[in-house]
Design a protein around this ligand. Structure first.
Ligand code: NI
Length: 186
């Protein structure tokens, strides 16, 4: 029975955590100048891209966050991962995303894993049509709304070297910069 229990335990661990080793990457923190890098389009849909996207999902879930751009882990290619589900089991991986925005303009509070503890109101469109590729390189397009649309717009901004505090006043942004730098040194 001891042997049986051993096997059972492995199966349980296997389903819950999967047999792949979890890999958490370092997230660049604002005002790191590397966050200003413009990401290059992805044309190689090989093993490295799959590994990176899985590592980014691990990093995002562990943080925890609902979105992460490759830029934030210092890889400057057009790749983002998002999961807005409560259960944290609906990952969306988007490669070379392009957006077509429509709908109303709505102000909502945003945060970012590159600016821990900072939340500011940002105005964005409520509907984002997404064009791009999946992890296999297949063309995809879908319409996102609400939180998903906001999250995708936020992550696509990262790929263009933009962070959400770029939308607020210079004065407020400088104050946030000082606060984050001070917290890091302390
Ligand atoms: Ni962010």
């Amino acid at each position: 029975t001891q042997y049986k229990n051993f096997i059972l335990k492995i199966i349980i661990c296997g389903t819950k955590f999967s047999l792949r080793q979890m890999s958490v990457l370092e997230i660049l923190k604002f005002p790191d100048p590397r966050l200003r890098t413009i990401a290059k389009p992805v044309d190689d849909f090989g093993k490295n891209l799959k590994t990176l996207s899985q590592d980014m999902l691990d990093t995002m879930y562990q943080a925890p966050g609902i979105g992460l751009a490759a830029t934030q882990v210092n890889v400057h290619i057009q790749l983002i991962v998002v999961d807005i589900s409560q259960t944290k089991d609906e990952p969306v991986i988007l490669v070379n995303p392009e957006l077509e925005l429509s709908g109303e303009i709505l102000e909502a509070e945003e945060g970012c894993l590159s600016l821990p503890g900072i939340y500011e109101k940002v105005s964005r469109r409520t509907i984002a049509k997404v064009f791009g590729q999946d992890i296999e390189g297949n063309d995809i397009n879908f319409t996102s709304e609400g939180l998903l649309a906001v999250c995708i717009q936020h992550e696509v901004d990262h790929l263009r070297g933009k962070v959400f505090v770029d939308y607020i006043s210079n004065l407020k942004r400088s104050r946030i910069k000082r606060k984050l730098v001070k917290n890091r040194v302390a």
